[in-house]
Ligand binder design. Structure first.
Ligand code: SF4
Length: 236
């Protein structure tokens, strides 16, 4: 499995309006889309599983090490109708129709910060189509949508809301320096008891940070290591 096998061609969708508005309040039928592609989940609990990613535009968190800064500006990306987003997801995962009978494949809503948008209608329609709905969020905006899996990756720059901490199935803390272990524990104290705990090295510092994480997990085995495997094997 290499490369982006099923990107939505935004050009093919025509000249969509470039809206610089709060989509959550003013537009529930479309969402600003950066890209969508079928690949493998590279991180966390579901690492290695086939997953169709929908990357929504807009982020107000501002991590300085962010690797998707092109997603931050909402108005730089076209607003695509939810029906069109789902049509492309079905088309791109058509070879997995058999597994959909048993509930799958996975759709990962990511960003940007996807909770800047009202995700109720998108996730409702995805679940009607038997997709599993996963989200990757900083938890800094109110929770919307119906989720089979919530991966919370809290950021110091805009802390997560209590409602997202409580709902998280997976807590994935990015470790950039030693102080992030304390940040990880502060958040772990606020999630539910069944929440999976992951420490993931920030990509640009992984050579330096990964050995620290390994030692930390050996001393604190409630945590697990998450690596951005997709970057090691060069898939999106
Ligand atoms: Fe980037 Fe995510 Fe941080 Fe937003 S929350 S700045 S998308 S890493």
């Amino acid at each position: 499995m290499t490369g982006k096998t099923a990107n939505i061609s935004l050009e093919a969708l025509g000249d969509s309006p470039q809206l610089n508005v709060d989509i959550k309040r003013f537009n529930s039928s479309g969402l600003p889309l950066v890209e969508a592609f079928y690949t493998l989940q590279g991180e966390g609990f579901h690492q290695g599983k086939a997953a169709y990613f929908i990357r929504l535009a807009g982020c107000d968190v501002g991590c300085f090490w962010c690797d998707v800064k092109e997603s931050w500006q909402e108005s730089a990306h076209p607003v695509i109708e939810i029906e069109e987003i789902i049509r492309e997801a079905k088309q791109s995962t058509i070879n997995t129709q058999q597994s959909m009978v048993n509930g799958g494949p996975i759709i990962v809503i990511t960003g940007g910060e996807p909770l800047l948008h009202d995700l109720d209608e998108l996730t409702r329609q995805l679940q009607v189509q038997h997709f599993k709905t996963h989200i990757e969020t900083s938890g800094s905006s109110p929770l919307s949508g119906s989720w089979d899996w919530i991966c919370l990756s809290p950021k110091k720059f805009k802390k997560p809301l209590q409602e997202v901490l409580k709902a998280a199935n997976e807590l994935k803390v990015i470790v950039y320096n030693k102080s992030d272990f304390k940040w990880a524990e502060e958040n772990a104290a606020l999630v539910s008891s069944g929440c999976k705990l992951y420490l993931q090295p920030e990509w640009s510092k992984s050579a330096e940070i990964t050995p620290l994480i390994i030692e930390y997990i050996k001393a604190n085995p409630q945590w697990q290591l998450s690596l951005q495997v997709h970057k090691y094997i060069n898939i999106p």
